[in-house]
Write a protein that binds this ligand. Structure first.
Ligand SMILES: Nc1ncnc2c1ncn2[C@@H]1O[C@H](COP(=O)(O)OP(=O)(O)O)[C@@H](O)[C@H]1O
Ligand SMILES: [Mg+2]
Length: 250
């Protein structure tokens, strides 16, 4: 379960999250959509304390903390519940695909190298990159690098995976291979929160959708409620713009 209650975050004078509440069950996929600057990344980064919220209760799996007075231990426990997939992959440039996946298993979890490599190979297989095990990131396409970073996230066996616009840095022709991998992981009942601008993907993969604007959740619902029957003008406008632009581009 992931439950967020009254989450607030500001950068100096700028209130970015003005009291966010949501809840998803285990094995559900939540997509967060909304205009640029609406606080989506800040929200997802507050969930693992990459950003420090001022207020709010965050519960993920077995961890729970009150952001007004978190202890170091609570922050660590919260961080242990999730793995993050970033827009820019954030791979170690001086490590191979396999080493990127196994690094934290060996260094943090102290799993013997051979065992970590076996698990790493299984995960590379899952993202379709077994034959790239010895490649360094510079010799992989963006789509392949992002798939390595997804395998690395899976290696942590987190309660949930957090994706922050996983395909936004990719050339258009590389987007679908990454979305396909994310879908295949969703089908294995992985709990996920995905910030994305890919509406058709969000529609297909999500159980639940949140639309954010100006630091608030403007609208939320099941995927079909949200996309087939949006209630708020702001949401309708956003979806109209998105699909309108798509159409104009052909
Ligand atoms: N580290 C930061 N310092 C100051 N302002 C920030 C910082 N990170 C984000 N912001 C601001 O917070 C707002 C929300 O940003 P962000 O969460 O990245 O939005 P989104 O991911 O929806 O595009 C923006 O106005 C952005 O400029
Ligand atoms: Mg963002």
């Amino acid at each position: 379960m992931i439950k967020v209650t009254n989450l607030k975050k500001r950068f100096n004078d700028l209130e970015v999250l003005k009291g966010i509440d949501f809840e998803i069950k285990d094995r559900e996929v939540l997509s967060i959509i909304g205009p640029s600057g609406s606080g989506k990344s800040t929200l997802i980064r507050c969930l693992n304390f990459l950003e420090t919220p001022e207020e709010g209760i965050i519960e993920i799996g077995s961890a729970k903390l009150d952001a007004t007075k978190p202890t170091r231990k609570e922050i660590q426990q919260l961080r242990d519940q999730t793995a993050m997939v970033f827009q820019n992959y954030n791979l170690y440039r001086n490590k191979t695909a396999l080493q990127n996946v196994t690094e934290s298993l060996i260094v943090v979890k102290k799993i013997p190298k051979k065992e970590a490599e076996e698990l790493g190979m299984e995960l590379l297989k899952q993202v379709g990159l077994v034959e790239k095990r010895d490649n360094y990131p510079a010799t992989l396409s963006g789509g392949q690098q992002q798939r390595v970073s997804i395998a690395r996230a899976l290696a942590q066996r987190p309660h949930a995976i957090l994706f922050d616009e996983p395909t936004s840095s990719l050339d258009p022709e590389l987007v679908s291979e990454v979305l396909q991998v994310i879908k295949s992981i969703a089908e294995l009942d992985t709990t996920m929160i995905i910030v994305t601008h890919e509406m058709e993907f969000a529609r297909e993969v999500s159980d639940h959708v949140i639309f954010m604007a100006d630091g608030y959740i403007v609208e939320e619902g099941t995927s079909s409620e949200f996309f087939n029957n949006p209630q708020k003008d702001r949401t309708k406008q956003f979806l109209r713009n998105y699909y309108g632009e798509k159409q104009n581009r052909g």
